[in-house]
Design a protein around this ligand. Structure first.
Ligand SMILES: [Zn+2]
Length: 309
């Protein structure tokens, strides 16, 4: 079984224009370097990203089937308090994610994206959890709050009570006015230490700059897990075999029971297509045991998502 722990839908009206303009500068630069093209940010949006749009996410199921991915965790990002509200308010986006997951029942699990500072956020999340069947939180502290600030406590308390994980963005961000430092793994580690009953997933395992810090948190704290999304980009840049060596080291330090296969699609999938990213893991050599591969591809996620409970 293969579970993608981290993916976004591409649906019109879910992302602010200001974010798209800025982010396209970073994403087109990375895309051009990876694919030896010279698209402008505008062309990147029009010619590359728009093709991924599907309000029902049927295209994602096709992609998953082609790659042998059984289950995908999906969620939006709540940038609204920083960039202004997108055409579809985040509360409605969460509902949209819940509805898409229902359409593809058994193939998708929805998390609720929320800025803990929002008015009415707790009430909204209670409905999303109890009525819409949403199975986790997604936080992006870069929008302007610190992960260990008391403003976040209600999220950690509800995650503990409801026994659902919190997906935390850790790592870099594109050229928009997000606070980089807020997404340092150490800050989420401090929160995780205070809430041992809640499971924290450090998205992108800290990314290329902070992965040792994320690794340290996962090695120390029983309730910290790492998703390997976004690593398609460094994988493509690394010399032959270097990614596997890095993953071996990470696995040695944290255990495979802390690591989860993931993509952060759409963007990273344009650097390394889903079937190819899956093959990187199914094709890991004998330096990885069958159990370790199974844990990374789905076993750890099954535990965190309580699929066997
Ligand atoms: Zn993401």
């Amino acid at each position: 079984m293969i579970i993608d722990m981290h993916r976004h839908l591409v649906v019109k009206g879910t992302v602010q224009g200001a974010y798209i303009q800025g982010a396209a500068k970073s994403f087109s630069m990375m895309y051009n370097k990876a694919n030896k093209t010279s698209l402008t940010p505008r062309q990147y949006i029009d010619d590359v990203i728009r093709k991924e749009t599907d309000d029902h996410a049927d295209n994602i199921i096709v992609e998953m089937d082609a790659a042998g991915v059984d289950l995908t965790v999906i969620f939006a990002v709540d940038y609204g308090l920083l960039f202004g509200e997108p055409p579809i308010h985040i509360f409605d986006q969460n509902k949209l994610y819940a509805d898409v997951a229902k359409r593809h029942a058994g193939r998708m699990i929805p998390f609720m994206a929320i800025d803990p500072r929002r008015k009415g956020a707790l009430k909204h999340c209670e409905q999303a959890y109890h009525e819409w069947g949403m199975k986790g939180f997604k936080l992006h502290a870069g929008t302007g709050y610190m992960p260990d600030d008391p403003v976040c406590n209600w999220v950690y308390e509800k995650a503990s009570e409801w026994k659902i994980p919190i997906m935390c963005h850790t790592g870099g961000a594109p050229s928009v006015a997000l606070r980089w430092e807020n997404s340092r793994p150490a800050y989420f580690a401090s929160a995780a230490a205070r809430y041992p009953e809640a499971d924290f997933i450090f998205a992108h395992a800290g990314d290329i700059g902070w992965w040792p810090e994320a690794m340290q948190a996962a090695a120390w704290l029983p309730n910290v897990y790492l998703d390997l999304s976004l690593w398609q980009k460094p994988y493509r840049k690394m010399r032959e075999g270097e990614f596997q060596k890095w993953l071996r080291h990470l696995t040695d330090m944290t255990g495979a029971d802390k690591l989860m296969f993931a993509t952060d699609a759409p963007h990273p999938n344009l650097h390394c297509r889903l079937p190819d990213w899956v093959k990187v893991f199914t094709g890991l050599g004998k330096e990885f045991s069958a159990e370790e591969k199974e844990m990374i591809l789905s076993g750890t996620a099954r535990k965190v998502l309580k699929l066997d409970a």
